[in-house]
Write a protein that binds this ligand. Structure first.
Ligand code: ADP
Ligand code: MG
Length: 414
């Protein structure tokens, strides 16, 4: 059985016209001899009637204290609605279709409500319906525990569902359909001349996704990579081939090493973060204090990032949403942090930068030309990060994109 998994994001399902375009992609795959398994996100984005954020706002507006179990039940409705609507759209185009919830599709997760991990997939039900000649539509972003409790998979969960089904069904492809042409060298909403990356390796896209390129969730890439299931990121609204995500071996087959040609693969960003600078001078037992401080933050479940520990100061960032809680913990310990909210972390990502001298000089130079102040920086062998004020974020991304022209030397492979 030649399965193909096709995942459609919220903007691809927002109205009857876009849903018909999505259904066309599914029917084209069927006509090519594949058995399509369609994974759907909730309809639309924030503000649209059945989007996940809108369902959550219902609870917020009502000021309800929903348990994680109940909020999963509420959130999982979005994908049930869009799945039923999508199956009906495909049927209307003359092809038998059936809708399955995550539970019915055999997606078994742990019981970590709101951010559950897929433990295994029992694909028997999907295979049975495929044998009956049906196109299967599966609710993304949800699964169930062994006991049948409904869970959700956290942000980007529908991408994860698609990758897990791709692995379980040994699919020929997992296609992620969205509102952009594929993975670009920067978010096209910010950099209008961002270029399409035609072929990227699993590792490259994982790095980009971890650093904020939200076009695909990193967990989905990691799952697909386990069994070498190729991913394609494409637009629902065009017939362009999009981005192929594949293993190193496949990417270089019959061609030159693409990563050697690009120092920087892409520019990414994560916004809405707060910087803490905590002076340590005059504290006596600095090491003991630093240890208690990091332990207290961890105990409160606060994830910290961009950490620099110096003898006289500790610097780190947290998400804006937990900044007040972090400040309270530090102040309770008698510390006097200076707090800078509304920052953004901009990253230049590329496996090809390893050992290339002068990358940091170019970053500092490009940002200085734009009069952007770098608040902090850090690097690994594939990524250089800078922290800037959020008001400077877009101009920083554009400046770095201009400086490096990422993707420029990509080679045409298909
Ligand atoms: P979907 O609802 O289809 O899952 P997402 O909003 O999750 O869509 O992802 C698509 C969006 O990702 C695009 O609209 C684009 O603004 C954003 N994006 C951020 N970085 C990149 C990038 N490097 N390449 C392509 N898109 C990106
Ligand atoms: Mg998405």
């Amino acid at each position: 059985m030649k399965f193909i998994v096709q995942k459609f994001g919220g903007t691809s399902l927002v109205n009857d016209e876009t849903r018909r375009m999505a259904a066309k992609k599914v029917i084209e795959a069927k006509n090519k001899g594949y058995l399509p398994v369609v994974v759907v996100s909730a309809i639309g984005r924030m503000g649209d009637p059945y989007a996940t954020d809108t369902l959550l706002k219902l609870a917020c507006d009502g000021n309800w204290e929903l348990s994680p179990r109940e909020s999963d039940l509420l959130m999982s409705c979005g994908e049930v609605i869009s799945g039923v609507v999508m199956a009906a759209t495909i049927q209307k185009e003359g092809h038998p279709a059936v809708f399955l919830t995550g539970l019915q599709a055999g997606i078994i997760t742990d019981n970590n409500h709101n951010d559950a991990r897929i433990l295994k997939v029992n694909p028997e039900n999907i295979i049975k319906h495929a044998r009956d000649g049906k196109i299967i539509v599966v609710a993304g972003f949800q699964g169930a525990t062994e006991n049948g409790e409904i869970t959700t998979l956290g942000r980007g969960g529908s991408d994860t569902t698609a990758a897990a089904l791709g692995v379980a069904l040994d699919a020929e492809w997992v296609d992620i359909y969205t509102d952009v042409e594929g993975i670009m060298t920067a978010d096209p909403r910010i950099v209008s001349d961002a270029r399409l990356l035609e072929v990227v390796t699993y590792n490259e896209i994982c790095q980009l996704a971890h650093e904020g390129a939200k076009v695909i969730h990193p967990r989905a890439v990691e799952i697909a990579m386990q069994k070498d299931i190729p991913l394609r990121i494409k637009s629902t609204f065009s017939s362009a081939p999009g981005t192929l995500v594949t293993s190193r071996g496949e990417a270089y087959k019959g061609s030159i090493d693409i990563t050697r040609d690009r120092t920087i693969t892409g520019i990414t960003y994560i916004s809405d973060i707060t910087q803490f600078r905590i002076p340590m001078d005059g504290c006596g037992d600095t090491a003991g204090l630093q240890r208690r401080m990091f332990e207290a933050l961890a105990l409160a479940g606060i994830s910290i990032d961009f950490i620099n520990v110096h003898p006289d100061v500790v610097i780190f960032t947290v998400k804006n949403s937990v900044a007040a809680k972090a400040a309270q913990i530090l102040e309770n310990m008698g510390l006097r942090p200076s707090i800078l909210p509304d920052c953004a972390k901009v990253a230049a990502v590329g496996a090809g930068m390893t050992g290339v001298p002068g990358v940091m000089a170019r970053i500092v130079g490009a940002l200085a030309d734009e009069k952007v102040q770098i608040l902090q920086s850090s690097d690994s062998y594939t990524t250089i990060w800078v922290l800037v004020k959020k008001k400077d974020m877009e101009k920083s991304i554009r400046a770095l994109h201009r400086q490096f022209g990422p993707g420029e030397k990509d080679i045409e492979r298909r």
